[in-house]
Design a protein around this ligand. Structure first.
Ligand code: FE
Length: 313
C-alpha cells in the first residue's frame, strides 16, 4: 500500500463530503445540497493542493467571524470582483438571448435605500447643508431606436463630499442625495445636487485587511448610482464614473465601464450659473440612458436582494 497525503479521492473523504452536504438525507433543499457539496469539494481540494496548514485554515475561519461581525461581507464581495463577475454573467446571458444593447449595467453596491422621494422631471437632491461644488445632473431616457421614454423612473443615489451616504452616515439628513425622478414628456430628467467624492473601505477594517495583504488599495472613484425602470423595459442597474478621478480606471470594486465614464464640464458662464440658481461655477454632468424593451416581467424589476429601508433607520 502506498502512503500519500492525496486523500481527496478516497472513499472515506467522498463519504465525508456526501454526508456533510446532507446528500444522505431526505429533507432539506436539493439546491443547497448541490451548492454545499461543490463548495466543500472545492475547498477540500484547495486545502490538499495548496497544502493549507491548520494555522492558515483557522486564520481564515476566524476572519469570517470578524468579517460578519463588522458587516463588511457586502464590501469584500465587490472588492474580490464577485459583483462584476455577476454582471459579466448577465451580459453573457443577454448575448446568448440576443438581447445585448442599451446602456451597460454595472454593480449596485451595498448602499441603496428604498423609498427616496419621487419628483416629476426635476429634483433637488442635496439638503442645502452638504458642502461641495454644485452639480447639474441631467439626461434623457430613450428606447433602443432613440425615442424618448416619458414616465421612466430614474432613481439616483450618490455620496457627499466626504464620500459618505445618507442613512449609513448619521451626520446626513434622511434621503440626502437620494431621489427618484420621473422623466418628462421628452424622456428628460434633471437634478440639482453637489459633486460627490470617491471613497475608500474603512481603514483598519476587514476588507482592507484582505486587500492590503494582496497589495491592493480599497478606493472607488467619484461615481453616481442609477436604477432606471419603466414598465415594458428591462430594469437597468448602473452607475457613472466621473472622468479625471485618480481611480476612474482603477476602482477597487471593478465597476468602471468605458461607456459609463462621463466627462463633467465646469460651467463658468455667470448667465448660466444665475439661470440655474447656483452660487458659483458648477459641474454639468450629462448622462443619457438607453433601455431595452422586454415582455419578461422578471427582467423589468431589480433582482431580489436585502436592501436598506429608511423605516429601519
Ligand atoms: Fe457608491
Amino acid at each position: 500500500m502506498t502512503i500519500t497525503t492525496n486523500i481527496m479521492n478516497t472513499d472515506h473523504v467522498k463519504e465525508l463530503l456526501h454526508k456533510a452536504a446532507g446528500l444522505d438525507k431526505e429533507t432539506g433543499s436539493a439546491r443547497n445540497k448541490q451548492i454545499m457539496h461543490r463548495l466543500l469539494t472545492d475547498i477540500y481540494t484547495m486545502i490538499e493542493d495548496l497544502d493549507i496548514t491548520p494555522e492558515e485554515f483557522w486564520q481564515g475561519v476566524n476572519y469570517l467571524n470578524e468579517l460578519g461581525a463588522n458587516g463588511e461581507a457586502v464590501l469584500l464581495a465587490p472588492g474580490l470582483g464577485f459583483d462584476h463577475f455577476l454582471d459579466l454573467r448577465e451580459d453573457a446571458k443577454d448575448a446568448l438571448a440576443g438581447e445585448l444593447g442599451g446602456t451597460p449595467r454595472t454593480i449596485e453596491g451595498p448602499l441603496y435605500v428604498e423609498g427616496a422621494p419621487l419628483s416629476d422631471g426635476e429634483a433637488r437632491m442635496d439638503d442645502g447643508q452638504s458642502p461641495g461644488q454644485e452639480m447639474w445632473l441631467h439626461g434623457q431616457v430613450l428606447d433602443e431606436a432613440g425615442n424618448p421614454l416619458a414616465d421612466a423612473i430614474v432613481d439616483i443615489w450618490h455620496a457627499d463630499k466626504k464620500g459618505g451616504y445618507s442613512h449609513f452616515d448619521p451626520t446626513q439628513s434622511e434621503f440626502n442625495l437620494r431621489r427618484r425622478i420621473k422623466t418628462d414628456s421628452e424622456g428628460k430628467y434633471r437634478a440639482r445636487s453637489i459633486v460627490p467624492s470617491g471613497y475608500g473601505c474603512p481603514p483598519g477594517g476587514s476588507t482592507m485587511k484582505v486587500l492590503e495583504s494582496l497589495g491592493r488599495h480599497g478606493n472607488r472613484p467619484a461615481h453616481i448610482h442609477y436604477f432606471v425602470s419603466k414598465p415594458g423595459y428591462k430594469h437597468l442597474t448602473t452607475q457613472i464614473n466621473l472622468a479625471g478621478d485618480e481611480y476612474t480606471y482603477d476602482d477597487f470594486a471593478f465597476a468602471t465601464r468605458d461607456e459609463l465614464v462621463v466627462e463633467a464640464v465646469e460651467v463658468t458662464d455667470s448667465k448660466r450659473i444665475t439661470e440655474k440658481g447656483f452660487k458659483d461655477n458648477y459641474l454639468d454632468v450629462e448622462f443619457n440612458i438607453s433601455l431595452m424593451q422586454t415582455s419578461d416581467d422578471e427582467k423589468q424589476n431589480k433582482h431580489a436582494r436585502a436592501r436598506a429601508a429608511a423605516s429601519q433607520a
